[in-house]
Ligand binder design. Structure first.
Ligand SMILES: Cc1ncc(COP(=O)(O)O)c(C=O)c1O
Length: 380
């Protein structure tokens, strides 16, 4: 009764764990949820106001499929000035979330039997979308000691390789790719004529490092599809608003999938996105400062307990090695059952995540401190 395509994809392990945690919460258990991939802050008021105003002004009808012109212009302008990308308004596609952008790209460019390279570990949805599209994932291991950043991976490229997916700052490790690592990726992509998805959704959540866009490297403009969105930087996960910028030929293809599936992102939500990009940015800065403080409390706490965890340079995730206590799945279950702390097993993000857990520190300092106390008891 179901398609072969669907059978190739498993349920997201990140959702599974948070469902169990939610059930426990419903039953009255005080669960500290470190498994969520969303900021715990409210969407800034100016953004809400802009969307509400648009709604009352009648922006409740279909929008142009690629997005409202004002937002596409603002996104292109942002990509040119902040990311040094040579992008025109007409190459920007506004999507209901970055996730939909990634889905459309995979469906639009991958064929049966193609291979796509993921740096292991990687966000769960890439592998799922690659499989939906009939292609296969090739996992390239990275070194935890070096911040999960890939080195030369030419041996993983063959005649079937079509695409590389780059995510910096990254989920689940919080790793930020250096200029050298990005140059290596861009050289290999050019040499082997590969497409690259550059998922930059965490670009603003970065500590003491500079975000560099892969599409800004020489020779990458025609082979990079840049993906970004509003969920993380502006705490807008529920609004479902993201975008991609693609070379014109690919853009045309993706617009076909987009217009025949979602039609467009929600019209008044796009006015909220316009305000997010063009309005004051002080809330973003304040949020990043709070994330940084939480990161330090968490990593220092894990260190005191004796759990190995590289200090992440971006996003709001820490990827901790728990091999001394069991596999990541065993430890995640133990923490949920005994400490009522929900984390995500690292295996959800690729084979090399087996001995790791992902801890999302998008929660208050009090809850992080409480979780550390509970975790210490379990690990003792
Ligand atoms: C790396 C990465 N890309 C994209 C997304 C999707 O974001 P959106 O809410 O815009 O669909 C997420 C969400 O967790 C993510 O972690």
């Amino acid at each position: 009764m179901t398609s072969a395509r669907l059978k190739r994809v498993e349920e997201s392990a990140t959702i599974r764990i948070s469902n169990i945690a939610n059930q426990m919460i419903k039953e009255g258990t005080d669960v500290i949820n470190f498994s969520l991939g969303e900021p715990d802050f409210d969407t800034p008021k100016n953004i809400c106001d802009a969307a509400v105003k648009a709604m009352y002004e009648g922006q409740t009808h279909y929008a142009p499929s690629a997005g409202i012109p004002e937002l596409r212009t603002a996104i292109a302008e942002k990509l040119r000035t902040e990311n040094k990308l040579d992008v025109r308004d007409t190459e920007v596609l506004v999507t209901p979330g970055a996730k939909q952008a990634i889905f459309e790209i995979m469906m639009g460019v991958l064929n049966d039997g193609d291979q796509a390279i993921l740096f292991d570990p990687a966000w769960v949805t890439y592998d799922a979308c690659i499989r939906f599209a009939g292609a296969d994932t090739v996992w390239v291991p990275t070194n935890p000691e070096k911040g999960f950043i890939p080195e030369d991976f030419s041996e993983y490229i063959n005649s079937k390789t079509r695409m590389i997916v780059v995510n910096t700052p990254g989920n689940p490790t919080g790793g930020v790719f250096s200029k050298k690592a990005l140059k290596c990726i861009s050289d290999l992509a050019i040499d082997h004529d590969l497409l690259v998805i550059s998922d930059e959704i965490y670009e603003k959540i970065i500590y003491d490092k500079e975000h560099i866009s892969l599409g800004s490297f020489e020779g990458m403009q025609d082979r990079t599809i840049t993906v970004n969105g509003f969920s993380k930087a502006y705490a807008m996960t529920g609004w479902r608003l993201g975008y991609l910028a693609a070379p014109p030929e690919i853009f045309k293809l993706l617009l076909k999938i987009h217009s025949h599936s979602v039609s467009s992102a929600t019209t008044f939500v796009q006015y909220g996105g316009l305000e997010a990009l063009t309005g004051p940015q002080d809330k973003v800065k304040a949020m990043v400062e709070r994330f940084k403080m939480r990161r330090d409390i968490l990593i220092n706490g894990l260190d005191n307990i004796g759990i190995k965890c590289k200090r992440p340079d971006g996003a709001f995730y820490a990827f901790a090695d728990v091999s001394e206590y069991g596999t990541g799945s065993e430890v995640a279950e133990m923490l949920l059952r005994e400490a009522h702390v929900a984390v995500t097993p690292g295996i959800a993000f690729g084979p090399s995540g087996k001995d790791f857990i992902r801890i999302s520190y998008a929660t208050s300092v009090d809850r992080i401190s409480e979780a550390l106390i509970r975790m210490e008891k379990v690990f003792e």
